[in-house]
Design a protein around this ligand. Structure first.
Ligand code: HDD
Length: 716
């Protein structure tokens, strides 16, 4: 085998010469329809139409008469409308996607794999990523507490490679056969289809309480990871253990990681709840806004690798998807990066029709015996058949950018017309021949397997709490507090005491303090002593704070500038320019969405700025920072405006960066009154004071106050 593979890299490299990072965008252009003002309206079968507003009917001109079924134009319009919906995904129904490219830094991964996508630095492989929530329906809110999907399709020159990933590195179950049970339990309850997009209900906590293998994943789901600030600020994980095969035919186990350039940031729970109503499309809009503003989100692509011979050298089973590989045991190797730089042109044909399959791998990459992955490899292709039909891989967004030839034929919605007299192999025409491995044909790694056929899991799969405990130990105090609050919120929504009592009992397997605190909050079972030791094992990589960018980045952060008539326009203009340099966006928020007049101008005729939004139509939850400029009259108005005061108070409660200058500082004083805490000095002071995320200065000074606003990283 090794001999054959050594020649493979050169074959694969030569195949790719024409593939560019926009190859998929160009491929999609074949299907783009761009109407113009001279486009004429037709039926689906191309006949021009003169009227699509009146159903053909019998009428004497003044009275309405019977409608005629013979109206083929009306029938076509209504029939097409009646069939617009397809089944939504059974999980991950709500999502948003974008195009981009992937590249490796160099060939450092060639010691593990011969796959050119992971070793050839001259390539830029086109990609499409779809982010999603798991539980909710297609129309549910973005900011619910949930795992986020992070499905990546790489259109490589050797075929599509799908890594169907999440933003959490472990999973709820170990064996795919449990997936229907898990999904039934997490989805709305069967009797009344309540609640939507929430785990806060009896059935979920009942299931995970009886299924302790979920314990580690539940800790992650109760952490801030499950309420991301943005899809662009999430880490991604392939979760399952895959394998890499190198040119010598050696196999390594691998896990895939994606680390966002912007760091990992989360909402606070109160903010997430409010956004669910105030802006249910918050994440979808955020992705689009950033890409359109020229700030393409970027991730580093890293791998963790274990040589085949070391498979059994760990206290956990490396094929168990409920376990991470601690980074002190298996370090991360950064090998590449990917960028999302183009939004979709139309949601349905791209984001809705995109379809992923864990079984789609390319030569040089392989599966492992991970029992979750093995089941996934069956499930994804199967589900696409019910969602999109058997020819789903011919849909524009799914079709590969490399040639596709085989003898698979027909089926519903066949788009390809095969010009050939033979559709089988072997054939007299010598058409469509299998490719030897040495020339790039996929070949399975020769794995020796001996065993008895039986329904069991490996011995190490029986341990469920060590890593849940390691995760808890690795959290900072405020992350721990958020986890406690999340458990309390969720379990308080369970009204069956068997459910919340069992779960609080289970928590004592993870940590005594955690179990005691949560039990007290939800009337659960508070333990009197720990049931197992907590030796304090940690992995610093698990806290999202460990992923903060080296220096704070304000790019794409949304800054609200609160103004009323009489604000200091010169100051606002200068501060906005400064934020623009950092690629943050600024939004003027005023008492009305029309012109707000500046200081020294006559109200109604002077200069000023047209507000982007009013205090009522957008809320502080939608912004990362708030700034109140100087201006005596404007400050007086804001002080009397309850909604403006609420804006600042709420932003403070959500740990946002807040800044004020001159008279604007009075507004902060009124809004933020924390007894015993000196948030800032007198409004008249020249000094910039930063504490609790608040920055104030008596006098406007570009180099100090405004720049300091973002020295405090916004949000926890
Ligand atoms: Fe899954 C969708 C991620 C386990 C069966 N899954 C789906 C999507 C993501 C994941 C991101 C959305 C894809 C898209 O955007 O279209 N799933 C995961 C991860 C898992 C996982 C990271 C654990 C490692 N999934 C899993 C199991 C099964 C499935 C064990 C079944 C045995 N998943 C599906 C599915 C979905 C799906 C039913 C629904 C829509 C789709 O596949 O295309 O087949």
């Amino acid at each position: 085998m090794a001999e054959g593979l050594t020649t493979i890299t050169s074959h694969l490299k030569s195949a790719v010469s024409s593939l560019t990072d926009d190859a998929k965008i160009k491929d999609l252009e074949r299907n783009i329809v761009k109407p113009t003002s001279s486009s004429q309206m037709t039926t689906d079968y191309g006949a021009k139409v003169s009227d699509t507003d009146h159903w053909l009917s019998i009428s004497n001109g003044s009275d309405v008469g019977p409608a005629l079924l013979e109206d083929q134009i009306a029938r076509e319009k209504i029939t097409r409308f009646d069939h617009e919906r397809i089944p939504e995904r059974v999980v991950h129904a709500r999502g948003a996607g974008a195009h981009g490219y992937f590249r490796v830094f160099d060939d450092r991964a060639s010691k593990y794999t011969f796959a050119p996508v992971l070793t050839d630095a001259s390539r830029r492989t086109p990609i499409f990523i779809r982010f999603s929530t798991v539980q909710g329906s297609r129309g549910s809110a973005d900011t619910v507490r949930d795992v986020r999907g992070f499905a990546m399709k790489m259109y490589t020159a050797e075929g599509n490679w799908d890594i169907v990933s999440n933003n959490i590195p472990v999973f709820f179950i170990q064996d795919a056969i449990k997936f229907p049970d898990f999904v039934h339990a997490v989805k709305p309850e069967p009797q009344n289809e309540v609640p939507q997009a929430q785990t806060a209900h009896n059935n979920f906590w009942d299931f995970v309480g009886l299924q302790p293998e979920s314990a580690h994943m539940v800790m992650w789901a109760m952490s801030d990871r499950a309420i991301p600030r943005s899809y662009r600020m999430m880490q991604g994980f392939g979760v399952n253990t895959f394998t890499l095969i190198n040119a010598k035919g050696e196999r390594h186990f691998v896990k895939f990681h994606y680390i966002p350039e912007l760091g990992v940031h989360s909402l606070v729970w109160d903010e997430a709840l409010k956004l669910g109503g105030q802006d249910p499309d918050f994440h979808r809009k955020d992705l689009e806004e950033a890409i359109k503003a020229g700030c393409p989100p970027k991730w580093t692509f890293a791998i963790q690798v274990i040589p085949e011979k070391d498979e059994h050298n760990f206290e956990f089973d490396i094929l168990d998807a409920t376990k991470v590989w601690p980074t002190d045991l298996v370090p991360l190797e950064e090998i590449g990066e990917f960028v999302l730089n183009k939004t979709v042109d139309e949601y349905f044909p791209e984001t809705e029709q995109v379809a992923f399959c864990t079984s789609h791998i390319v030569p040089g990459i392989g599966f492992s015996d991970d029992p979750l992955l093995q089941g996934r490899n069956f499930s994804y292709f199967d589900t696409q058949i019910s969602r999109l039909g058997v020819n789903w891989e011919q849909l524009p967004i799914n079709r590969p950018v490399c040639p596709v030839f085989n003898n698979n034929r027909d089926g519903r919605m066949q788009h390809r017309i095969h010009k050939s007299t033979v559709n089988y192999f072997p054939n007299r025409e010598n058409e469509v021949n299998p490719v030897p491995p040495a020339e790039g044909g996929f070949t399975e790694y020769m794995q020796k397997v001996i065993g008895l056929k039986q329904r069991v899991r490996g011995a190490k799969f029986q341990e469920h709490y060590n890593q849940a405990q390691m995760f808890w130990n690795s959290m900072t105090p405020h992350e721990k507090q958020h986890i406690i609050n999340a458990f309390a919120f969720e379990l308080s929504h369970c009204d069956d005491e068997r459910v919340y009592k069992r779960y609080t009992t289970l928590l004592n397997q993870i940590d005594f303090d955690l179990a005691t605190t949560v039990a007290r909050k939800v009337n659960g079972v508070a333990p009197d002593k720990p049931v197992r030791q907590n030796p304090g094992k940690k992995d610093g990589y698990l806290s999202q704070l460990s992923l903060a960018p080296k220096s704070p980045i304000i790019a794409t952060r949304r800054v609200a500038i609160l103004v009323a008539d009489g604000f200091n326009e010169a100051e606002v203009t200068a501060v906005r320019a400064m934020f623009a340099i950092g690629k943050a966006t600024t939004w003027i928020i005023g008492p009305r969405r029309s012109k707000i007049f500046s200081a020294g101008q006559q109200i109604g005729t002077g200069s000023g700025l047209v507000a982007d939004h009013s205090f009522e139509d957008q809320r502080s939850t939608m912004f990362d920072a708030v700034y109140v400029p100087s201006g005596a009259e404007h400050a007086k108005t804001l002080l009397k405006t309850g909604r403006a005061i609420h804006w600042v108070r709420e932003a403070f409660a959500h740990c946002k960066a807040i800044g004020a200058v001159g008279e604007g500082v009075h507004v902060l004083h009124k809004a933020i009154d924390v007894p015993g805490v000196n948030l800032f000095t007198s409004p008249d002071s020249d000094n910039v004071v930063s504490s609790y995320g608040v920055v104030t200065t008596g006098k406007y000074d570009l180099t100090s106050a405004a720049t300091d606003v973002f020295k405090i990283a916004p949000g926890p």
